[in-house]
Design a protein around this ligand. Structure first.
Ligand code: SAM
Ligand code: SF4
Length: 331
């Protein structure tokens, strides 16, 4: 029988999130400081060939889905060529992409033609140009909104990621939900996490899953939708709305039990959980001459260390509490 990646809690790993770069064209305040982060030297980043090999081996062990993230994936030169490369992997069923959208308008029709590229997550944290600028520290709202409209009309499945930030955009939760009336989009509110290059920020209010849901229910009657077991969000429909609404309890971590994911960072660190501080450096392993069989053995043993949940992962960290920028991990 084919070898499968199964952790010590019986969870089968089928999804890998691959951060293709730590570079970004924006400076979102919940993700990194205004001056940016210390980026890794180019030679420390996995090459596309190395990434291809890692994904190929993972698919031979039962992974069927990959999400490309970053940093901003489209900042990495020749990303489209990499997507073409990945598409050759016959064991890979789906390639998803998370993007801030600011650079992708000209690529949408190419993405539509790629059979395996089906789902795009677009990050957009405000519907107001000035506030968008305050959050992202770049004045690109018109471009991003254009991309939102183009993606909504395209053949790609579109999800909108909105990080709920106390003191910044909680007054727009209802406006975002109103968008789903006429737009065919899966809106996802994400709890803010301290992955910003500095650690937990001072917040007067705590916008957890529960509070976000209450805010939505103050204006709309929502009905739970049964989602895939491994879904990261709890999802809802609203009568008469084309789109749907979901909440990702990223910080309160009530969804870990069904996690089927692993992560590879831009410098090739293998992570079993967003909250762990890296389990193994695959890049050096590869560059020291590991064969695909060696890689397989490695992955099979690494997933056995997958912690039960994000709280256990955080408690087991060797480098203290989480504070690294999300763009070095791949959110
Ligand atoms: N640059 C791309 C983008 O922004 O969509 C992809 C990388 S970004 C790190 C992936 C996702 O993580 C985005 O939806 C972003 O909003 C989210 N994210 C980043 N920092 C976060 C934080 N501190 N808490 C919650 N979500 C965060
Ligand atoms: Fe860049 Fe995405 Fe981080 Fe914003 S959230 S700074 S777009 S990596």
């Amino acid at each position: 029988m084919k070898q499968q990646l199964i952790d010590n809690f019986g969870r089968q790993i089928q999804y890998v999130r691959l951060a293709v770069t730590d570079r970004c064209n924006l400076r979102c305040q919940y993700c990194m400081p205004a001056h940016g982060i210390e980026i890794a030297p180019r030679t420390d980043l996995l090459t596309f060939k190395e990434m291809y090999r890692v994904i190929r081996v993972l698919t031979e062990l039962g992974v069927t889905k990959v999400r490309l993230t970053g940093g901003e994936p489209f900042v990495r030169k020749d990303l489209i060529k990499f997507l073409e490369m990945l598409s050759f992997n016959d064991l890979l069923e789906t390639i998803n992409i998370t993007t801030n959208g600011a650079m992708i308008l000209q690529h949408i029709s190419t993405l539509e033609k790629m059979e395996k590229v089906q789902n795009i997550n677009l990050s957009i944290d405000s519907l107001q140009q000035e506030k968008f600028f305050k959050i992202t520290r770049r004045d690109v709202f018109p471009e991003v909104y254009k991309v939102f409209e183009a993606l909504e009309k395209s053949s790609l499945n579109l999800k909108l990621n909105v990080v709920v930030q106390a003191g910044f955009n909680t007054d727009e939760i209802v406006d975002f939900v109103a968008l789903t009336k006429d737009k065919n989009v899966a809106l996802r509110f994400i709890e803010e996490m301290p992955f910003n290059g500095k650690g937990q920020r001072e917040m007067k209010e705590n916008w957890s899953y529960k509070r976000i849901l209450e805010e939505i229910q103050s204006e709309f009657t929502v009905k739970p939708i049964v989602s895939e077991k491994s879904s990261t969000s709890r999802n809802f429909s609203i009568q008469g709305h084309k789109g749907s609404v979901g909440i990702i309890p990223a910080f309160t971590r009530t969804i870990c039990g069904d996690c089927n994911r692993i992560r590879i960072t831009p410098i090739g660190t293998f992570k079993n959980c967003l909250f762990d501080d890296g389990v193994f450096n695959i890049r050096d392993f590869l560059r020291n001459g590991a064969s695909n069989e060696d890689l397989k053995e490695l992955f099979l043993s690494l997933v056995k260390e997958k912690p039960k949940n994000g709280f256990m992962a955080e408690a087991n960290r060797s480098q203290g509490r989480v504070s690294e920028s999300m763009s070095t991990i791949g959110g």
